[in-house]
Design a binder for this molecule. Structure first.
Ligand code: UD2
Length: 341
């Protein structure tokens, strides 16, 4: 099968490549991949060049996106251009190709759920309103029932839940989902939307203020700085190791039907647990306080579809994954430049 990975040179692409190496693989990206594959240098918005690369491919794995929730508030046009227009550009390319691909696997994000669904003792399943600036300034971190104002308990995020994106980033992922899914029957491909939860592991950029929290904390700990945990640290995320995600992408290529599937572990970890896990190994402090605009409070996946449709169960525990990530950061010399943030 000829597979084209668009935006395939990045963090998730390099781990996906290991699991699809038995295919005829092509990477379309601005920078060349670090692994063996045909390579076309190109911009996601260059429809003509994209069309040439897509033409004749059996499947597309679409990984080209800007990924930071906080940065998306300051770079609206970039996020709309790369993420939303990028997906539109792919569709134009598919539409105009002589031989269209039969499958498109989209890397979407759990961010599309926004704050997600919660359980209220009185009102059952509810969708809390986004936390207001005033609530956050007062340190009132937990979402509340929109009807009675009581604190509510987070439910696992399920694929059929309402989508209520809370950041420009999340909105662009929803646009990608909508475009890729809605155009599938018209253009004759199957759309497999994968909603990644918090992906981490070797290859993730550690040196930017917008890096994922795990590589950021490991960087701070190795540099003997304190770890800055936002809110009260009891917010939760579902962290999934990047090799697990790579294998899931490979399995998604085998699916014969369109589907939308969560990609997580189903396990909630508080940011404080994560910080302590890393801080204790290094003997550094954890400092709690402050908050980030647009952050949701709780996030964990319901993974029944991932199990049944992809036959998959996550392998790496957070302890093993954090250790493997730290080894990679040390061995690959990621932290040589001490002046970077
Ligand atoms: C991640 C992904 C995003 C999306 C989403 C899906 C990155 C950079 N972002 O967003 O693309 O797919 O997951 O669930 O991978 N935090 C601290 N201290 C810090 C930095 C972060 O306490 O110095 C907290 C932050 O407030 C949040 C949690 O750590 O509660 C995770 O933050 P993140 O930036 O790693 O990821 P998130 O969930 O915003």
């Amino acid at each position: 099968m000829r597979v084209i990975m668009i935006g395939g040179s990045g963090f998730i692409g390099q781990h996906t490549a290991k699991f699809i190496s038995n295919n005829d693989l092509c990477v379309y990206d601005l920078v060349p991949p670090s692994f063996q594959a045909d390579y076309v240098q190109g911009d996601i918005l260059d429809e003509k060049r994209l069309e040439k690369s897509v033409d004749g491919s059996d499947a597309v794995i679409f990984l080209a996106s800007l990924i930071s929730v906080p940065r998306s508030f300051d770079a609206l046009a970039d996020y709309m251009n790369v993420n939303a227009c990028g997906a539109a550009s792919l569709i134009e390319a598919i539409k105009n190709a002589n031989k269209r691909p039969k499958k498109v696997v989209l890397s979407s994000s759990a961010a599309v759920y926004g704050e997600g669904a919660y359980a209220c003792d009185i009102h059952g399943k509810v969708y809390p309103l986004p936390r207001t600036q005033d609530q956050l300034d007062r340190g009132s971190w937990e979402p509340r029932c929109p009807y009675c104002g009581r604190e509510v308990k987070p439910l696992p995020q399920a694929e059929e839940d309402e989508l209520r994106p809370l950041s420009p980033y999340a909105l662009t992922k929803q646009v990608q989902e909508w475009l890729i899914t809605a155009m599938a029957p018209r253009l004759g491909y199957k759309a497999i939307v994968l909603r990644y939860f918090n992906v981490y592991g070797p290859g993730q950029r550690p040196d930017s203020p917008y890096s994922g929290v795990i590589t950021k904390f490991i960087t701070q700990a190795i540099r003997e700085k304190h770890l800055q945990v936002f809110e009260d640290g009891l917010q939760t995320r579902d962290y999934i190791y990047v090799d697990d995600v790579g294998e899931i992408n490979a399995r998604a290529l085998e699916l014969e039907e369109s589907a939308t599937i969560n990609v997580g572990t189903g396990i909630r970890t508080t940011v404080l647990q994560l910080a302590r896990l890393i801080a204790d190994r290094h003997g550094v402090d954890v400092v709690v306080g402050g908050y980030r605009q647009g952050d949701i409070r709780h996030s964990a996946a319901r993974i029944d579809l991932m199990r049944t449709m992809l036959g998959w169960q996550p392998r790496m525990t957070i302890e093993e994954g954090v250790a493997a990530t730290e080894n990679w950061m040390r061995e690959s010399g990621q932290l040589k430049n001490e002046s970077s943030p």
